[in-house]
Structure formats: structure tokens, C-alpha cells
Design a protein around this ligand. Sequence first.
Ligand code: 13P
Length: 252
Amino acid sequence: MRTWIVAGNWKMNNTIAEAVALAKAIKDGTATLKRGEVILAPPFTSLQSVSQTINDSRVALAAQNMHQEEKGAFTGEVSPVMLKDCGCTHVIIGHSERRKYFHEKDADVNLKVKKALACGLKPIMCVGETEEEREKNVTRAVVGRQVKEGLRGVEKINNVVIAYEPVWAIGTGKVATSAQAQEVHSFIRVILKDLFGDGAASNTRILYGGSVTKDNIGELIAMEDIDGALVGGASLKADGFLGIIKNIAEKK
Ligand code: 13P
């Protein structure tokens, strides 16, 4: 039985004071949850403060990116060792904004996934097609390649979370239908079966991301292969994010 996950990707938002206030509200709002995992991914600058805020709660901490080396002359970068030092247990890797604006390729994603695992961080590896790719009917080819290349050389998948985030649904208000999302999620699970075997594939959490709100999560989470959500905009307000968590907790 897979445990659901709701992760909030705050992207480049929130000062330290704002981050701490939001994290405190999420901590308080999830205090009575019995199952499920809630993860917050603030910007680097507030990781440590958020870590202290959520200490002793069921809320976990993720970074939004990392460098694939542990240390060295890489000006402006942050290493997995530093993220662990700040209290992170997870790290988002290969988000489509990293792919689009910072030119991250599948090979970079793969190096980061492997390094995160080696350092004891759980990667939340993002995949997803653009609108143009969906229109050209190459969604499976693109997502299949991203999953296979991103996980190349990974031996065990039990600490990996996959997030399917169709690029056309991110920040656009154009959420994928539950059928569209389920179709890709089950396709991803088939690939995982090929790569890692039945048991490992059926235990892997696959999250949906892209314009998730408390009003549309109900339909998505009812799908067999959707194990939670990676939430952007709606994770920036406690009410909206807690509403998503509540709707998932009631259904899964
Ligand atoms: P939105 O929820 O704002 O569409 O963003 C999704 C996302 O990119 C989460 O990583």
C-alpha cells in the first residue's frame, strides 16, 4: 500500500519570516494527521529556519534543486551535503523550470538523482511533456525518455519519488484531466516495472503536479496510480495547501 505525499514547491517565493509563518501554519494544520507525508520545499535561504519550525512534526523538508558534487569550486551552487546539514530529507530534481530556464538535461538530472541517493537524500524527480509535445502525440516518448534517462544506473528505486508535471499545466490553471494524468502515471509505472520489477514499481509514489488546487485534487487523487501532488501556487497559502492535504487524506 503506497502512502500518499503532498509536497509544496514554493519556487522563488517567501522571505524567511514569511516562510516560517507558512511552515508553522502547515505544521499546526497537519498535527492530527494519521498517515501520509507532507513535504515543504522553500528556497535555499529559508531551509534552515523552516527546518527549525517543523522540527518534531510530521512535515518534512525538501530543497528545490542541488548540485551533483559534494563540494568544490562551483560558485553559486549548493551541495547535497549542505542540504542535509539544513535538515532536508528530500530534493526536487529536474523540475521543468530548471530544464527550461537553466538548460538542465536528462543527463544532469541523472547525475543529481544518483548523487542525492548516494548522500541519503530522497529525490523527487520531475518529468513531463510540453504542450507542443502533447499536440504532436509524443507524450509517451518524452516522458518515457525522461524516466529512463533520469534513472539510468540507479539500482534501487525505493527512495525515489516521481512527479509527473505536464509543462502546459504548470502555473497556467489548465489542470490535466484525471484521465490524462492517470494514463501517463500508469505508463510511468509500466516503465518502472521494466526497469526495477513489479514490487518496486508498485511501491513507488508517483505525484501529479500542475495547477493543483483543493477544488480539483479530489478527482485526480481518486485515480489508481496518482499517489499525491506536487503543488506550486496553491502551496503558498496555508488554507489552500491544507485543503489539498485534507482532500487527499479523506480519499487515500
Ligand atoms: P503550479 O501548482 O503553480 O501549477 O506549479 C506546479 C509545479 O511546478 C510544482 O512543482
